[in-house]
Structure formats: structure tokens, C-alpha cells
Write a protein that binds this ligand. Structure first.
Ligand code: SF4
Length: 364
């Protein structure tokens, strides 16, 4: 399998991360995946736990599920699109999809009411998922609110029998001031991930959870509890993949709470393209310096946008990278190309959003 490395040396930090926490490199399983996605071949998905089970299902067309959750608390930005792209890919590969709206967690951890969670999830997140191409009308798409899913709530209670407070404190840093509902929420997340294996959902099967590396504590706890309850439920330890986070347009982490760092999917086309044109690049102080020394695509938020979302063709991406490094392309020209691509993407999203909103409202 041809894996391009559009990152140069910046991948080293992620290598350290995998070594520290025992996450395995995704490239180790890439050869076993028929038709891997761009996120996989470009190294954006960099790590995995037990992905061999999922590769086997993909190769031999066996039943498996993909699980993700959302805690609706802000606007959806272009970095969140990565998870949707993965769901769409798994849907195309035949997986059952489970999407949990973590309204109980949002209430316990952030004081967001359950009705507000529902509204935010459907209007901001699910409407965008649909506009981006996820088919929510298929029988194998399951969307639910944690507070309304009795299987998840019952399972969370049951598995809590084999977790102690000291374990929860050491994993999540809870202290004497943490409210009890908040302490309980990781168990709900574990139950979210395990419940597709309950008999009423078709029984034990491989499940993959695509997450950022910050979610690995949940994955480890889930895998530990799957083992502890394997005799009772026949659970298979869930698999996980780990993806890189997008750098914000300002050079810091992209975040919903930092409007200048993020392109929101509901930004106007004018605002979105304006953000692209003022984004931080890896360019030099002057044009003459850039022509002489080249730019640095590995520290460029524009290049990152191209890699994650805007350029489908690998050879085109490599051409941009090479021209940048050789000083044959200037940042102004590059930004114009990215702004044009963002404009196309947002025109498409805008055209689909109104129908997507209507459809989202019918789902719960
Ligand atoms: Fe980034 Fe393009 Fe400038 Fe290179 S030329 S630093 S890829 S904006």
C-alpha cells in the first residue's frame, strides 16, 4: 500500500505518543485494509488498538460496528468533519453505525440541560453530518440520546460493579469536589461503546471507535471492562483508531471556543474564505526569502487544510508540498487555491443544509 507522508518530521510527536501509551502504529495494519481512506493513507489516522479485528471484517465482509459519541456544547468546526468522514467511510464499508448524544455527560460535566443537548445535537451536529454526506436513513444507522437508551444506562450501572473510585480518580483526576453524576459519566461512555454487542443489538461483534488520542483513557477502561465482563456478555475488546488534531488557523489548537482558530461549518462563505486568507502559514518573512529558502508546509495551517479536507488527489498534494519546499509557490497563491476549495465546499453544504435540518428533526 502506498502511504504518503505529508507531514515530514512532525510525525515524531505522534510516534512518541504511541510509544508512551502503547498505541500501535496505524501503518502496521494499512496493508491489510482493502481500499483504505485518505485519512488512513495520509497518516492522519496514526494509531490503533486491535485494528486487526476490523481489518479482518473489512477483508472478509463480516459484521462489525463503528461507534462514536458527541457531547454537544458548541459549534461544529472543520476539525470535527474528520469524524464524519470516518463514519461515512465505515458506512460505505458496510458497518453498523452507532452515534450517541452524550446529554447525560453534558448535563453532569457542563450543566447543559437535556433539551438543549438534543437541540444542539440535531441542529448543529447531525444536520451537518447529513449535509456532509452521512446517510442517516439506512437501517444500520443508530442515533440515540444517552438519557433515553435504557440498554446503555443499565449496562453502565452493571459494569460499575467492577470499577472502584480510586481507579476512576487515577484515570480521570476526579477529586472530592467532583459531583457524583460526573464521576458516573465515564461508565456511560464505556456502555455506549459496549452496548452494540448486547444480544438485543445482534450479540458480540468487533466494534471500532475512531477518536483523538486524548480519548485513550476511555478506550483503555472500556477494553479492561470488556475483558472483566466477557464471560457474562461474550464481549470482544473494542478496537480503536486515533487521529491527529487539526492545528487552528492561528497556529494553536483548533477549538470551538476560539472563533479565530476555527472555520465553523455554519460560517458564511465570506467569513470562511476570509479566515483562510488570514490564516497562519509556514511562509517566510519576505517573498525573496521564500523563493530562496522555500516555505515550511509542516507548520502551515493552509497545507493542513489541503491534506485533511481540500485536496483529494495525492499527486496534487505532493506537488504543492514540493513546490512549497523549493520556493516555487508563494503563500498568497496557495491561500487563493484553498479559499476557492473552501468556497466550493461551503456552497455544497449550504445547498444541502436546509433539507438536512428537516431530516435531522425526524430522527429522535
Ligand atoms: Fe503553506 Fe502554501 Fe505557504 Fe507553503 S506556500 S507555507 S504550503 S501557504
Amino acid at each position: 500500500m502506498n502511504m504518503i507522508d505529508p507531514w515530514g518530521s512532525s510525525i515524531i510527536d505522534y510516534d512518541k505518543l504511541t510509544q508512551q501509551f502503547g498505541i500501535k502504529a496505524f501503518k502496521d495494519v494499512l496493508e491489510d485494509i482493502p481500499n483504505p481512506s485518505k485519512l488512513m493513507t495520509r497518516g492522519i489516522i496514526f494509531g490503533q488498538r486491535d485494528y486487526k479485528n476490523i481489518a479482518d471484517c473489512l477483508e472478509n465482509k463480516k459484521n462489525f460496528a463503528t461507534m462514536t459519541g458527541m457531547m454537544p456544547s458548541g459549534r461544529m468546526h472543520i476539525g470535527h468533519k474528520m469524524v464524519v468522514d470516518q463514519l461515512i467511510w465505515y458506512q460505505q464499508m458496510g458497518a453498523d453505525l452507532y452515534v450517541s448524544i452524550a446529554d447525560m455527560e453534558a448535563y453532569a460535566a457542563r450543566g447543559i440541560s437535556k433539551s438543549k443537548s438534543r437541540e444542539l445535537a440535531l441542529e448543529e451536529y447531525i444536520a451537518n453530518y447529513i449535509a456532509l454526506g452521512l446517510d442517516v436513513t439506512r437501517d444500520n444507522f443508530h442515533l440515540y440520546l444517552q438519557s433515553e437508551n435504557d440498554s446503555v444506562k443499565d449496562l453502565a450501572y452493571t459494569i460499575g460493579k467492577k470499577v472502584t473510585f480510586s481507579q476512576m480518580r487515577s484515570i480521570y483526576g476526579f477529586d472530592n469536589s467532583t459531583n457524583i453524576a460526573h464521576i458516573y459519566t465515564p461508565l456511560l461512555q464505556v456502555a455506549d461503546i459496549l452496548h452494540p454487542q448486547l444480544e438485543e443489538y445482534g450479540g458480540p461483534k468487533p466494534v471500532v471507535v475512531p477518536v483523538g488520542p486524548d480519548q485513550d483513557p476511555h478506550i483503555r477502561l472500556t477494553r479492561d471492562l470488556a475483558t472483566k465482563f466477557s464471560e457474562e456478555y461474550g464481549f470482544i475488546e473494542p478496537s480503536a483508531t486515533f487521529h491527529r488534531f487539526m492545528t487552528g488557523l492561528t497556529g494553536e489548537k483548533m477549538s470551538s471556543s476560539k472563533p479565530k482558530s476555527a472555520i465553523y461549518l455554519t460560517d458564511s462563505i465570506k467569513d470562511a474564505t476570509k479566515k483562510v486568507k488570514s490564516a497562519k502559514t509556514g511562509g517566510r518573512e519576505s517573498l525573496s526569502e521564500q523563493k530562496e529558502l522555500g516555505g515550511n508546509p509542516d507548520e502551515c495551517s493552509i497545507y493542513e487544510l489541503l491534506v485533511y479536507h481540500l485536496v483529494d488527489d495525492d499527486s496534487k498534494l505532493e506537488e504543492v508540498r514540493t513546490k512549497c519546499l523549493n520556493g516555487e509557490i508563494m503563500c498568497g497563491e496557495c491561500k487563493m487555491c484553498a479559499a476557492d476549495a473552501i468556497e466550493d465546499m461551503f456552497e455544497d453544504l449550504d445547498a444541502k443544509r436546509s433539507d438536512a435540518h428537516e431530516l435531522a428533526q425526524t430522527l429522535l
